[in-house]
Design a protein around this ligand. Sequence first.
Ligand code: PMP
Length: 393
Amino acid sequence: MFEDLKAQKPDGILMLMQMYREDARDDKVDLGVGVYKDAAGHTPVMRAIKAAEQKVWETQDSKSYVGLAGAPDFNDAMVKLVLGDALPRDAVNSVATPGGTGAVRQAFELFKMANPGGRVFVSNPTWPNHLSILDYLALETVLYRYFDDTTRGVDFDSLIEDLKQARKGDLVLLHGCCHNPTGANLTGPQWDEVIKVLQDTGATPMIDIAYQGFGDGLEVDAAATRKVAAAVPECLIAASCSKNFGIYRERTGILMMVANGTDKGIAQGTLNFLNRQNYSFPPDHGARLVTTILNDDALRADWMAELEEMRIGMLTLRETLAKELEQRSGSNRFGFIAQHRGMFSRLGASPELVVKMREESGIYMVGDSRMNIAGLNAQTVPVLADAIVKAGV
Ligand code: PMP
């Protein structure tokens, strides 16, 4: 039977990584895969994670199963980190998941259980895995306009026009901060307008927040998610610890569900059921590290300090790149790079120009011209600026 399987579409980013590895040039620059890197191109284990690992190693006396929803103290700490005081704790149901992807997958499955015929509104563009999971689950997807190719900011009027087409029973997926792949984000007042549309249409928001702390800071980055969660009767929130704790391979995330008007036993029980069907107990090692850090004042302070260093580092790279481009192009048309937030910026170059920059200058960015800003350092910023101008972007 397996001989009838069809080849799956290759992952564009993994293919790009392969090409990068095979490129013999020493001045090549990898702006592809979405992991944070320091100036030496290394993805470090954060100091607080190392300390938490030691603490867990010394004190953990069992590796027996945790609950189906994951450890309660992990759920409490993460609900607090993401939602702050926006909602009382008992208004939020939650389950630990394998990474943010696990949370996204469970959220879509939950939506499908609740409303199999519902539509999912996603930004155009969005993280490709959103689309591929939705396709795999055979959920109807509606793209809403998001990115303005001219300004490289959010095409807000079109976004609102498209979201007004949503109705009760639809799910509207929004990126909580640091939009992937564009780096363009809604302002506070724009979020208020989106909330108004959600309230008017009765559509249910789902927030994917995978980069809290990478944009404008831990609290500011969560502000929109908190505002949405407090303003609507139902919402889903998928959060990832991969980036802000640097624990990508530990697979640590959480799905939160606000379901006012639904029996709490049923709401939480459905989340537990979904974990049970898909992998039973969620992984705990990363969750234990996160909980250890968040519940220890000294570790938490050190984690926040290192996260802030990473955030400021990326912001500085953005500002330097924008400045170098301004000097070389004699215009401020690349100013958007300094306005974007998070790890990514969509340059807005055609696929042909992306290939040209790769072939001529060894710059590896994703085909839609998404650049991982954390892939740069003080030496490679001018190299990239030269390549962008030389290619005629
Ligand atoms: N959502 C978005 C928008 C992302 O960019 C990512 C990471 N690439 C995730 C979710 C999930 O990441 P992970 O499963 O590694 O936690």
